[in-house]
Design a protein around this ligand. Structure first.
Ligand SMILES: Cc1ncc(COP(=O)(O)O)c(C=O)c1O
Length: 372
């Protein structure tokens, strides 16, 4: 098996080995004995380890956290729960990951609401003021990727939240590209909702995601996705009534791959043990070393690099005529190095499992590919 150097956590993590073991053991136990190995009580409590771990990472209450199968699924349920009314608008950025916007576009289409997207420049940079200027008295939701997937631009959540709240709008944050790398204190962001997928910076496997729902809005939200698990008393199975839990778990509606959720809980606990300030420091150090290493190669940094706007995603514009897709393919096939080609840029996104030696390997491989 090749030894991959995965410098593409913005795409898919190399799953934390602890998470992989726990997830696989859970799947094995089910294959051995179904409910004899994972009974009703275990199913009832199945989300708790992940809710607990995520609450530590976000410094919020366990009751403010819910579990889903993907970020997109949670966002869809939220979009129907908030259901922007006719004549209102939803604000985001044109460069946002589609799942940050599509769920809202679907509801807006149905309700007769408008989607407003702030424009970006040639480096995919969105001026935060352009987002703020789209917010008005008719805005019902600001939906934003905390860190943009294509160039790693990070937004000041507090500022966006304050402006959204000043007109009575909610702010929904897709933190799939930030949670697990950027330290986030959920209450300090003043966001109403924060959602993250589990298989990127949180280092889980596919099939689990987490959401923070602020206690100030949770009781007003009637989830768009509903099922037997939506009832507060899970095993009181009666189809003729539904009593939602009064906390964020009202967004949990059915069975999921509990192994993925248990594994993700363990992966998040690892980050909590290391400490998010240390994770953030480590990841930025790797990015800085890459930026230094490639200077003089004719490569342009397309990502914002100021303290307030940077992240652990750095996107490179290659010299004229050199395709980022071809270079990403060559790095993978000839050097076993994983990076991603996105929007014509070569996106590098190292994380806590990477070290300086691996960045040096990328720098030297890029040097060979670009100058041969
Ligand atoms: C910002 C953002 N949100 C959501 C997703 C997708 O998450 P999921 O697969 O859990 O729906 C991605 C994947 O790249 C992403 O970058």
């Amino acid at each position: 098996m090749p030894h991959w150097i995965n410098l593409s956590y913005a795409n898919v993590a190399t799953t934390s080995s602890r998470a992989h073991r726990i997830s696989s053991e859970w799947a094995d136990s089910l294959a051995r004995g179904g409910a004899a190995e994972f009974d009703g009580e275990a199913e009832k409590k199945g989300m708790m380890p992940l809710r607990t771990a995520a609450s530590k990472l976000l410094s919020c209450g366990v009751e403010d956290v819910c579990v889903g199968s993907s970020a997109t699924e949670l966002l869809c349920s939220l979009a129907w729960a908030i259901s922007p009314s006719e004549g209102s608008n939803v604000v985001s950025s044109r460069v946002a990951f589609p799942s940050t916007v599509y769920p809202w576009a679907r509801v807006c289409e149905s309700n007769g609401a408008e989607i407003r997207l702030a424009e970006h420049d040639d480096s995919l940079y969105t001026d935060p003021d352009d987002i703020l200027s789209l917010i008005d008295e008719k805005t019902s939701v600001v939906t934003i990727s905390h860190v943009e997937y294509s160039n790693g631009q990070r937004y000041d959540l507090e500022k966006l939240s304050e402006t959204a709240h000043s007109v009575g709008a909610l702010i929904v944050v897709d933190a799939t590209q930030s949670m697990g790398v950027v330290p986030i204190d959920a209450y300090s962001t003043k966001a109403d909702v924060i959602v993250s997928s589990g298989y990127k910076w949180l280092r889980g496997t596919y099939g689990a995601a987490v959401g923070f729902i602020s206690p100030s809005v949770v009781s007003d939200l009637n989830p768009g996705l509903i099922g037997f698990r939506s009832n507060a008393d899970l095993w009181d199975l009666r189809a003729d009534r539904l009593v939602l839990p009064d906390d964020a778990s009202r967004f949990e509606y059915t069975t999921i791959h509990f192994g993925a959720a248990l594994g993700l809980a363990a992966a998040i606990e690892e980050l909590v043990e290391i400490g998010m300030d240390e994770v953030w420091r480590h990841d930025l150090e790797l990015v800085d070393s890459l930026v230094k290493g490639i200077s003089g190669m004719g490569v342009e940094i397309a990502s914002p690099m100021s303290e307030g706007e940077r992240s652990a995603i750095v996107s490179l514009r290659l010299p004229n005529g050199i395709s980022s897709a071809t270079v990403a393919d060559r790095l993978q096939s000839d050097y076993s190095i994983l990076v991603t080609s996105r929007s014509g840029l070569l996106r590098v996104s190292p994380h806590i499992d990477n070290n300086m030696g691996e960045i040096e390997s990328l720098v030297s491989a890029l040097g060979e590919i670009l100058h041969r």
